[in-house]
Design a protein around this ligand. Structure first.
Ligand code: NDP
Ligand SMILES: O=C(O)C1=N[C@H](C(=O)O)C[C@H](O)C1
Length: 239
């Protein structure tokens, strides 16, 4: 498969390594805008760029009828607009805040736990994410997905970025974001009561899990039309 890398930073380089190991070819890589002629050569584009560039990169791929998957975080307030553009241009799109198999299983576990905890209001839920110091956005896209998973199965209405997890966030889920050198990505969810705590945690050991998930998603989406998610790729819809 011929792959275009839109964003050639830490993730772009890790994806390149895994894609070559899986016998794919990188036909185009950019860290500064799009060359249409070069992007058009690709079977699939993989966008891991920066929040301010993602929408333009994704839209360029739609216009050229190149299926595009994006892992870039920090632009999700415009997600519905991008879905609309995808439909209008008959494009192919898959976004995931986290491409790793482990985190996608963790998303499921989080929703199951939220359902279980729904009628036990003596437990206060909170969310913590830890990432490397180069990360541009906070909280992480993964933390937002986890918070949305809890909101969909509880009486809580939204999430709020706080400095301390015990800050009173009312009907919001308090989310703390820590930045520590070289941490690839750690997410934990805690339910705390006066007598005990329940915690679940996912720790990425490197970027390889994210990159492998992105390459598998690119292989899966090749030749398809429309909008998809990692639940489709990993067949996690019916759990
Ligand atoms: N969904 C997932 O599973 C994961 C998502 N991410 C997300 O992916 C994104 C990238 O992460 P990471 O690789 O660590 O970040 P990096 O900063 O290492 O890479 C981003 C790259 O994008 C480049 N860039 C800047 N402008 C453009 C543009 N207009 N078009 C294309 N590329 C551009 C940057 O170039 P320059 O440095 O010259 O500005 C840089 O090389 C982040 O949003 C991060 O949160 C990360 C890991 C997993
Ligand atoms: O920027 C990162 O590094 C990561 N970003 C994603 C996010 O915002 O959730 C995924 C992963 O945690 C690493």
């Amino acid at each position: 498969m011929k792959i275009a890398l839109l964003g050639y930073g830490r993730m772009g380089k890790t994806i390149e390594k895994l894609a070559l190991e899986r016998n794919h070819t990188i036909v185009y890589k950019t860290s500064s805008g799009i060359n249409k002629e070069e992007l058009q050569q690709a079977d699939v584009a993989i966008d891991f760029s920066i929040p301010t560039a993602a929408i333009e990169n994704i839209t360029s791929a739609f216009k050229l009828q190149v299926p595009v998957i994006s892992g870039t975080t920090g632009w999700l307030e415009n997600y519905d607009e991008v879905v609309k553009t995808c439909n209008q241009l008959n494009g192919t799109f898959l976004y995931a805040s986290n491409f790793s198999l482990g985190v996608n299983l963790f998303f499921n576990l989080n929703e199951h736990l939220a359902k279980l905890m729904k009628n036990h209001e003596q437990y206060q839920v909170s969310l913590e994410e830890i990432h490397h110091t180069q990360k541009l956005d906070e909280p992480s896209g993964t933390a937002i997905s986890l918070a949305e998973g809890i909101i969909n199965h509880s009486s809580l209405t939204d999430w709020k970025l706080v400095e301390q997890e015990d800050e009173n966030a009312g009907k919001s889920i308090p989310v703390t974001a820590k930045r520590i050198e070289n941490v690839p990505g750690t997410h934990s969810i805690s339910y705390k009561s006066a007598v005990d705590d329940i915690e679940i945690k996912h720790t990425a050991h490197s970027r390889e899990g994210f990159a492998l998930g992105a390459v598998i998603a690119a292989e899966w989406i090749n030749g398809k039309k429309g909008m998809y998610s990692m639940k489709d790729v990993l067949q996690l819809n019916n759990l």
